[in-house]
Ligand binder design. Structure first.
Ligand SMILES: Cc1cc2nc3c(=O)[nH]c(=O)nc-3n(C[C@H](O)[C@H](O)[C@H](O)COP(=O)(O)OP(=O)(O)OC[C@H]3O[C@@H](n4cnc5c(N)ncnc54)[C@H](O)[C@@H]3O)c2cc1C
Length: 395
């Protein structure tokens, strides 16, 4: 069976590799002329690493990632620190797989190499897919009015602005979350020792929060600052901002945060949009995965991980129902929609938790953190995410 995957992002490449490993013929069509990822980090929790290991990429990825020993919460004003949960060896023991933090480019490269090793011609670059046409049991894939490929199944893995989603379901209706996310990469050598500890940090404060974690064997630090503010609403990975503007959004925050912001070479900003979870992802012989069907706020750090899980589960469904594409994609939707919708909602809930007005004054803030990040509540919010097994989940 021939399958076209539109988009060579983390989700599309994972799906392609999982499908190639099961013997399907796959063509990935990517609009970019060159393969690559933006300069930013990504956290891959054990549920994602389980899939990457099943695809034979564990060694390659661990060699270029960082493995934080745990997550810590810090208070925006005083810098008071709480342990959120332990990772490192504990994650491997508890979930069977590590929790890794890494440069997106390193993950992307590992996936590209994995796909190319199975089929050197699998990825076609420089082609923007803008339309589809179903003809009986095949789908014709089009670009600028020209038919460029046919397949028995098309997978739209074309990201948050997904043209494939628009072909299936029309325009979506995103709503501005009221939050802008700053991001930047820091050379760890530019930071003092206490800011380059092998932990993931989540600074919480009224109306904003800051995340930072090590990557590329602790030689780099990824910084994300999310701030509530009106006005600017551009949803794009490539919008540059200035250090002054970034600092201005975190005025009054602890000196450690100011120091981190000043150490970023080039800050970028992204307006975070909210979309209601979709109830259907497929029509006929076309389905979606990743941000194309469940774009999420990044506050559970599961967007890329969900895309990775999707690709693997979809390949399992197709292998389980040979010759029945509509049946396989119906199974895939049924297996995935509830979990991904719950993650999308949980991520939105975390915005209110991380930015709560009760964090404004140190005394009340400590009680708030103790309550919201108590062991029991943390377990309730994260355990089900990390325990998920894409290899065995019921189809
Ligand atoms: C600030 C921030 C921090 C985040 N941190 C994390 C994290 O720590 N952990 C995590 O799991 N997730 C995180 N995410 C979410 C994660 O980045 C996304 O969920 C993930 O990249 C989605 O992958 P994807 O493959 O679905 O889409 P994308 O990565 O967007 O890939 C889509 C691909 O399709 C291509 N394409 C688009 N349209 C076409 C077309 N018409 N024709 C051909 N090609 C096309 C694009 O060029 C691109 O290569 C974060 C997001 C943000 C904004």
């Amino acid at each position: 069976m021939r399958i076209v995957v539109v988009g060579a992002g983390i989700g599309g490449l994972t799906a392609a590799l999982a499908l190639l490993k099961r013997g399907f013929s796959v063509q990935v069509i990517e609009q970019a002329r060159q393969l690559g990822e933006i300069g930013a980090g990504v956290q891959i929790s054990p549920n994602g690493n389980r899939v990457l290991a099943a695809l034979g990429l564990a060694g390659r990825i661990e060699a270029v990632a960082s493995e934080p020993l745990g997550k810590r919460v810090r208070l925006w004003s005083t810098g008071q620190t709480w342990n959120l949960f332990d990772l490192g060896a504990i994650s491997r023991q508890r979930y069977g797989f590590p929790y890794l933090t890494m440069h997106r480019g390193d993950l992307h490269r590992a996936l590209v190499d994995g796909v190319s090793a199975m089929d050197p011609d699998a990825i076609r670059l420089g082609t923007h897919v803008d339309d589809l046409r179903v003809e009986g049991e095949r789908v014709v894939v089009c670009s600028e009015g020209v038919d460029i490929a046919t397949a028995e199944l098309v997978i739209g893995a074309d990201g948050v602005h997904s043209p494939m989603r628009r072909c299936l379901f029309g325009d979506d209706a995103p709503r501005f979350s009221g939050i802008v996310a700053w991001r930047g990469v820091i050379e760890a050598a530019r930071l003092p020792d206490h800011l380059r500890q092998p932990y993931g940090y989540n600074w919480v404060g009224p109306g904003a929060h800051v995340i930072h974690y090590p990557m590329r064997n602790n030689t780099l630090v990824n910084l994300v600052g999310a701030v509530e503010r009106a006005g600017w609403q551009v949803e794009s990975w490539s919008q540059q901002g200035s250090t002054e503007e970034f600092l201005g959004d975190f005025k009054g925050w602890h000196e450690d945060v100011q120091q981190l912001i000043r150490a970023v070479a080039t800050p970028y900003k992204w307006a975070l949009m909210v979309r209601e979870p979709m109830t259907r992802w497929s029509r006929s012989r076309v389905t979606l995965l990743g941000d194309a069907c469940h774009p999420t706020l990044p506050f559970l750090a599961q967007g890329a991980v969900m895309a990775i899980e999707d690709g693997y589960v979809l390949a399992r469904c197709l292998a389980a129902t040979p010759g029945d594409v509509p049946g396989a994609i119906a199974r895939y939707e049924a297996a995935r929609i509830e979990r991904t919708s719950k993650i999308v909602r949980g991520s939105t809930d975390n915005a209110a938790r991380f930015h709560n007005p009760q964090l404004a004054h140190a005394e009340g803030a400590a009680a708030y953190v103790d309550r919201e990040w108590s062991e029991a509540r943390v377990k309730e919010r994260y355990e089900w995410l990390f325990e998920y097994n894409a290899e065995t989940t019921a189809l």
